[in-house]
Ligand binder design. Structure first.
Ligand code: NAD
Length: 400
């Protein structure tokens, strides 16, 4: 569009991709091809010297895309918008200023105190976890894009560990029966896990507390395990998330699932409750009822996990009575290349929506509903009441 006297020239953004060592995660927030589009539009992008172990995301690839490859963290912090896959290390967080906007997966509910510290530093914080689940925000929904790849990766991981084949095979020496897969939680990750296991020829059963999930599970060709006493409970919030189940509901659920789990070769758990710890769906007695050689993938590990642990049982992978249990909090990192493509597209779409082109900063309160939803600190305050409530005292300016 031609510039007129009334339209001030758009400012360019200064963006840096933060390093997130020592976490082993080859994903990147911005791919070289998206960086090329951003630099061609005049924006400045800084990336660390070793952006990723994926050769497609090498320093050379970024340099060719017009990014500044920087040798030190301090040079990265010369940018004003810092994008990150994981909450920054305390050393980096301690260097943030009111000129910075930190945008990424910040675990705002689990790490409310770290959010409060960002507010104290005057830094603007934008949490990808809070992108609204609306049609208009779908292109920015990084939680969904990563959950989808997590569901796929969970099945691949389970298949690699199971000493059985997924599909039924008729051979001259007899028939091999299909593997039985049980998926607990049929949201974005669970539905992708169900679809993937179905494609591989397994016999799949899905379970979820939300009644809307039943139709979605069946439409993928899988069975749905009916929810106990479903008619008495409305298990879904207005936003489409599951309500937190009571202890009594969870006990009934586990009783209901125990026999199904015992006859499954693979159990993939993906159940989460927004802003809360994940519910425990697989107890030790349920694991003990499974056949040796079976595999459990706890895809809800990032929010506490769905599989009960014994004290001191913190390893990502463990065995109990011959059952392999893997609780990987960053499953999408196992398909880092594709996870990065969609994450980068989400972040570019979000930045486009929530930045003010005249000021090159995040839009102010009340200017944009999506910017308001994702911004958790602004001008020294926590702006999300749910996060502020977890910090006890610092709730000035917050709305719930
Ligand atoms: P999530 O990650 O919060 O939870 C995963 C699944 O666990 C959910 O289906 C939830 O119902 C289930 N769950 C919670 N407690 C459970 C329990 N005790 N037992 C069994 N299952 C339990 O959810 P999500 O995958 O992010 O998706 C939540 C909803 O949002 C879904 O309805 C999804 O279709 C919808 N969604 C909509 C949009 C959009 O409209 N743009 C985008 C993404 C997701």
């Amino acid at each position: 569009m031609a510039e007129t006297r009334d339209e001030p020239k758009a400012k360019t953004l200064s963006i840096a991709m933060l390093r997130h060592e020592p976490i082993q995660d080859a994903r990147v927030c911005l791919t070289p091809s998206d960086v090329a589009k951003l630099t061609q539009a005049g924006h400045t992008i800084r990336v660390p010297a070793a952006p990723s172990s994926d050769p497609a995301f090498s320093a050379d690839a970024y340099s060719n895309a017009g990014a500044l490859v920087t040798a030190s963290d301090d040079e990265l912090l010369e940018a004003t918008i810092l994008v990150t896959l994981h909450p920054p290390a305390p050393e980096t967080a301690g260097k943030l200023t009111p000129n910075h906007t930190l945008l990424g997966f910040l675990s705002p509910f689990e790490r409310a105190e770290a959010i409060a510290e960002l507010a104290d530093r005057g830094t603007t914080a934008v949490a990808l976890e809070l992108v609204p689940r609306t049609t208009i925000a779908q292109s920015m929904d990084a939680l969904s894009s990563q959950a989808s790849l997590a569901g796929y990766a969970a099945v691949m991981l389970a298949a690699a560990r199971l000493p059985k084949a997924f599909p039924m095979m008729s051979t001259a020496a007899g028939t091999i029966r299909p593997a039985k897969v049980l998926v607990l939680g049929a949201g974005v990750a669970g539905l992708q896990a169900i679809a993937t296991a179905q494609r591989l020829g397994a016999r799949v059963t899905g379970f979820d507390v939300r009644s809307a999930a039943a139709e979605q599970v069946r439409s993928l060709g899988a069975k749905f395990a009916p929810v106990p006493n479903a008619e008495a409970e409305d298990a879904e919030t207005a936003g489409g998330y599951a309500k937190e189940a009571s202890d009594d509901q969870l006990a009934r659920q586990r009783e209901h699932l125990k026999a199904l789990a015992a006859t499954s070769d693979i159990v993939i758990t993906t159940a989460q409750v927004f802003a809360k710890a994940a519910p425990t769906l697989m107890t030790l007695d349920m694991i003990d009822a499974m056949q040796p050689g079976s595999v459990i993938i706890d895809a809800a590990a990032a929010t506490g996990g769905n599989v009960e642990r014994t004290e001191g049982d913190s390893a990502e992978e463990r065995t109990r009575n011959g059952v392999t249990i893997i609780a990987d909090p960053i499953l999408p990192a196992r398909v880092a290349h594709d996870a990065s493509q969609v994450l980068s597209a989400n972040i570019v779409a979000l930045l486009d929506r929530i930045t003010n082109p005249q000021t090159a900063t995040i839009k102010q309160a009340g200017e944009d509903d999506i910017a308001d939803a994702v911004t958790v600190t602004r001008s020294g305050s926590i702006t999300d009441g749910r996060i502020a409530a977890r910090t006890g005292t610092r709730n000035e300016g917050a709305s719930s």
